[in-house]
Ligand binder design. Structure first.
Ligand code: CU
Length: 203
């Protein structure tokens, strides 16, 4: 008899713990439902609101040598509150100016880098110089390479985002190309920048 009472008490205790747990879970589920509803609204509205940007999200792109070059290095993209900051550090280039662009395909599979396709141009503009005339969103400009073959560049723009809903700004899934020659900022569609010496995927 005493054993039975203990069993019943134990059962009652288990049930009350279970119902308490269930109560908490219900609350949590409600929160999650509300959250996913809000997120769903962001997707629908195609809002460029800053709140959709993942501030501080960082993507490091490892550049691989193409067209028989010895180019190596990394390009880091960091999402700021309104802008994306790009930091380029490369080695193994010839001295002088080398064009650097974002190209439309995140595909560096071919030996000549041409798998990356043409310049990323989501706004359908002509090739040109950033800040001066019409240009592609992927027209970054020229790297100045020192005699030791090293190049550094910092670039920042609010025309890009990392993984936001706006495909006119989203650089994820695109390619970065460094060319053998300088960008003349005039020749169409790509600035006559020559062979593709390095390629990386923004992912
Ligand atoms: Cu290019």
């Amino acid at each position: 008899m005493k054993k039975l009472v203990i069993r019943i008490m134990a059962l009652a205790l288990t049930m009350s713990v279970t119902s308490c747990k269930e109560g908490n879970e219900t609350e949590k589920q409600t929160d999650e439902t509300e959250k996913s509803h809000e997120e769903g609204m962001d997707h629908d509205s195609h809002d460029h609101d800053e709140t959709t940007l993942m501030v501080d999200k960082k993507v490091i792109v490892t550049m691989s040598a193409k067209s028989g070059s010895d180019v190596s290095g990394e390009i880091t993209f960091v999402q700021g509150k309104e802008e994306v900051n790009m930091y380029v550090e490369l080695d193994g280039l010839t001295e002088g100016a080398h064009a650097i662009h974002i190209h439309q395909n995140g595909d560096c599979s071919s030996d000549d880098g041409k798998s990356a396709g043409g310049h990323w141009d989501p706004t359908m503009e002509d090739h040109g110089k950033w800040g001066e005339n019409m240009h592609h969103s992927g027209d970054i400009g020229n790297l100045e390479v020192a005699a030791d073959g090293k190049a550094k560049l910092e670039f920042s723009t609010d025309k890009w985002c990392i993984g936001c809903d706006d495909e006119k700004r989203n650089i994820l899934g695109k390619g970065v190309i460094v060319h053998a020659s300088a960008d003349d900022f005039e020749s169409q569609p790509s600035g006559a920048a020559g062979a593709r010496e390095a390629c990386g995927v923004i992912k």
